[in-house]
Design a protein around this ligand. Structure first.
Ligand SMILES: [Zn+2]
Length: 219
């Protein structure tokens, strides 16, 4: 999960109580960088579901509240728990303190277990951050997922992506004698590590440890 900037004015479609009005879907797609807000998988402009961060069953008055609507992929929407936890959840579009300051998000690789995403609240007293870490863990690591869009598929996609970017980072760091190759690899990495790329939070967490030359490529 990464921070995004939500436009202030609600799309006009919401006044008509149309959650899937064209302007609502466009605004969600643009403001959330073309990604599912929970798992950061790419979604196409009309190819996502509209999630209520605070569920309608819990607070019907927020059904058409712009600040309560989030673009979500089918798999996350199936796995997301339907009852809001006591203490609430973090909002990546709140404009408040950065998610990165509240949540540790990384991939752990503890042999003999396969690599997997890991989430933890950086402040044990922050209940919303703890709940969100638990939510993200459930979405990525649910062992009993019965859906067609399985948590394991997401996990594999995240780990594969990170491994691929890691290898290109190594090439980049070793390309000191070849200016043109270095420039091209740097351009490619800027895209792969950008906020618009899939799985930014998890990918950056690991690759930042490769040093300041890599961190300098982050937007
Ligand atoms: Zn998702």
């Amino acid at each position: 999960m990464i921070d995004v900037k939500r436009r202030v004015a609600a799309p006009a479609g919401l006044a008509q109580r149309a959650l899937r009005a064209r302007d609502v879907l466009e605004a969600l797609h643009v403001d959330f960088l073309g990604k599912c807000y929970l798992c950061e998988s790419h979604v196409s402009p009309g190819g996502f579901e509209v999630d209520h961060r605070v569920q309608r069953s819990h607070d019907a008055s927020r059904e058409y509240d712009w600040t309560n609507l989030f673009p979500i992929c089918e798999g996350c929407n199936k796995r997301r728990r339907k009852k809001p936890p006591v203490g609430g959840l973090l909002d990546p579009a709140s404009g408040e303190e950065l998610i990165a300051h509240k949540l540790e998000q990384r991939i752990v690789d503890r042999h003999p277990h396969p690599p997997r995403p890991y989430f933890r609240s950086l402040d044990p007293a922050n209940v919303a951050a703890r709940n969100t870490a638990d939510e993200l863990d459930h979405i990525h690591n649910d062992p009993n997922d019965p859906g067609a869009m399985k948590a394991k598929d997401l996990r594999d996609a995240v780990v594969y992506h990170q491994h691929r970017v890691f290898k290109i980072c190594l090439q980049y760091l070793r390309s000191t004698g070849d200016e043109q190759a270095r420039r091209e690899l740097g351009e490619h990495l800027r895209e792969l590590l950008s906020r618009r790329a899939p799985y930014t939070a998890l990918t950056r967490a690991e690759l930042a440890a490769m040093g300041p030359e890599i961190v300098a490529l982050f937007d």
